[in-house]
Design a binder for this molecule. Sequence first.
Ligand code: FAD
Length: 318
Amino acid sequence: MKVTQHIENANGKPLFSFEILPPLKGQNIQSIFDSIDPLMEFNPPFIDVTYHREEYEFKELPSGLLQKKIVKKRPGTVGICAGIQNKYDVDAIPHILCGGFTKEDTENLLIDLDFLGIDNVVALRGDALKNEIYFRPEKEGNEYASELVTQIHNLNKGIYLDEDLQNSSCTNFCIGVAGYPEKHMEAPSVDSDIHFLKQKIKNGADYIITQMFFDNKRFFDFVAKCRAAGITVPIIPGLKPIATKKQLNLIPHRFKVDLPDELIMAVVKAKDNEAVKEIGVEWCVEQSKGLVAAGFPVLHYYSMGKAENIKAIAKEVF
Ligand code: FAD
């Protein structure tokens, strides 16, 4: 079922959902099920599975020369989605990227997903590769998520890349896109970012799911700006509980989001990571309760494969 349909059917009751990462190459799919099982009691209508493109690594040869190696550390997004839908009564939502895909690759991926009975996708651009400053699309690929949305929306209307295939079978994907309450790291301003976010909606996206944030006021301001810009689709807040002291530096660096001083000082003063986990859960519970009170239809948690703290939050909120 489509995310938009789940929201409609819930009749205002807040829904719980979460995101997982495929395991590192070499691990078993059981590790994924082990991270989902403890959260099923909260009846998530859908679970997102991230996509990880290949990366370039340089390996030093005995001669001292550097050999460029292409590695895909977390493959398996599509297989995991199929596995989840097979095992649980839940919709699995693969994230799909512009980066690393030609438009033809994307079309073939969408056909696979459709055949697997997957009704939803999240359409993303993807980040620049580690050794690149700017994101570079494939030669025959989509450059921005808005173009990827157009491609998916076209396939929903039976418009394939090959003109000879017109009037063929249509897909029927519900399309989610990313939004950034504190703006995307490359965007020159919040307003320009919202301008391009609106483009994704105009091109056919059905809902927005946001980057993590730790201050609800930033999210509420973002939503108000989206609404003022004429964006009317559901906006799903993304939440992550802090779990380690290291994340105080990692999260702002990696995701370009601010942490409130009160949260920072509480984590700094915590005696160990067990205490940090408790602080992270408490903070996230307060955020979640504020979002439920404000009437947001779904709360989406970045579980990163760690169920324990998400379960502690869900127990208090759902
Ligand atoms: P876009 O919407 O294309 O925007 C990228 C930048 O370009 C923005 O600054 C925007 O303002 C600007 N822009 C957009 N259109 C135009 C235009 N026409 N002209 C000029 N500028 C423009 N990454 C992964 O690799 N795998 C994942 O599974 C994944 N999941 C994610 C889930 C969520 C909820 C979020 C918030 C992010 C996720 N990401 C993931 C990270 C994401 O791929 C990066 O943040 C990426 O840098 C931007 O993706 P986007 O879809 O927001 O890009």
